[in-house]
Design a protein around this ligand. Structure first.
Ligand code: PRT
Length: 260
């Protein structure tokens, strides 16, 4: 057994977290010797071989559901999920992106999704598949008490684009902190004009404590580690750090509820 596979002897989670456990192993196998690992051998054979297995397992799931017992269905669905995860690892698509997309869709039937997609298309269009035209006012209170006004725009599920007139912008770059997305349940009604301000305080680089100036009382709040980064020559973004897909869920609820 190769040393890297020895490392995976810890008992796996027997719930959905197994998908994350598995993905960690699949990522580790990118450095493994193909002779010691089925996954490494697949990577070595290349993307066509990986996709051929996904297609093969998909056919086997279809056949099992139509003609076999539950045990066989479970076996083949596990094969399909596994090989799909290998394809994702090959593409460096992380599980949380899938979770975030499913969260975005959560609670909306297929019809709602069409409606949602249509609403989004008329709402400044869907850019790069995940981008949503979306403006929320934001108040940044620096550790020295300086207040910076801005707003979030062009939101993707990985982060928020931050626009602020604060200068020099470079002073904010690289600052890490936690920001809280606060979702106002009572404002869900479609006829409520709501510029929901988000409270955000960026600490000085030396201070990782963050006191979020909560600016909206809410039913639900989510805290995310973020880092200020440059997203274009003249604008900043809040990159969500180590998000487990909850950001996508919170954002989906916060953004899409305006549309219904
Ligand atoms: N979950 C799996 C997993 N599921 C299926 N497989 C392999 O995928 C192949 C499936 O091909 P086939 O469908 O042709 O084989 P089969 O399933 O036996 O036969 P049928 O389903 O066609 O009837 C088999 O070789 C299985 O062993 C897997 N190989 C590895 N993993 C995981 O990946 C990790 C890394 O594996 P290695 O890289 O080999 O160490 C392991 O620790 C596991 O957690």
């Amino acid at each position: 057994m190769s040393s890297s596979s020895k490392q995976q002897t810890a008992a796996p989670n027997v719930d959905a977290r197994i998908l994350d456990d598995l993905f960690s192993v699949l990522k580790a196998r990118k450095q493994a010797d193909p002779s010691s690992s089925y996954v490494a051998k697949l990577y070595h054979k290349g993307v066509d071989a990986i996709l051929a297995k996904v297609a093969e397992e998909s056919d086997e799931v279809v056949d099992a559901v139509k003609n076999s017992d539950d045990h066989e269905v479970v076996h083949e669905v596990a094969d399909l999920l596994f090989h799909t995860w290998v394809a994702m690892a090959h593409r460096d698509v992380e599980p949380h992106q899938i979770y975030g997309e499913l969260a975005r869709r959560f609670g909306h039937s297929g019809l709602d999704r069409d409606k949602m997609d249509k609403a989004l298309e008329s709402f400044g269009g869907r850019r790069q598949h995940e981008r949503r035209a979306h403006v929320k006012s934001i108040t940044l209170t620096m550790r020295d008490g300086q207040v910076i006004e801005g707003n979030t725009r062009d939101v993707s599920l990985e982060g928020l684009q931050l626009q602020t007139s604060y200068e020099p912008k470079d002073n904010l770059l690289g600052e890490r902190g936690v920001f809280e997305m606060i979702v106002e349940e009572q404002l869900r009604s479609a006829d409520t004009e709501s510029e929901r301000p988000l409270g955000l305080e960026i600490p000085s680089a030396a201070d990782d404590q963050l006191h979020v100036a909560e600016t909206v009382t809410i039913n639900r709040s989510y805290r995310f580690t973020c880092e200020i980064m440059r997203v274009a020559d003249d604008s900043l973004g809040l990159a969500i750090v180590e998000d487990s897909g909850v950001f996508g869920y919170a954002l989906a609820n916060e953004v899409f509820k305006d549309l219904f």
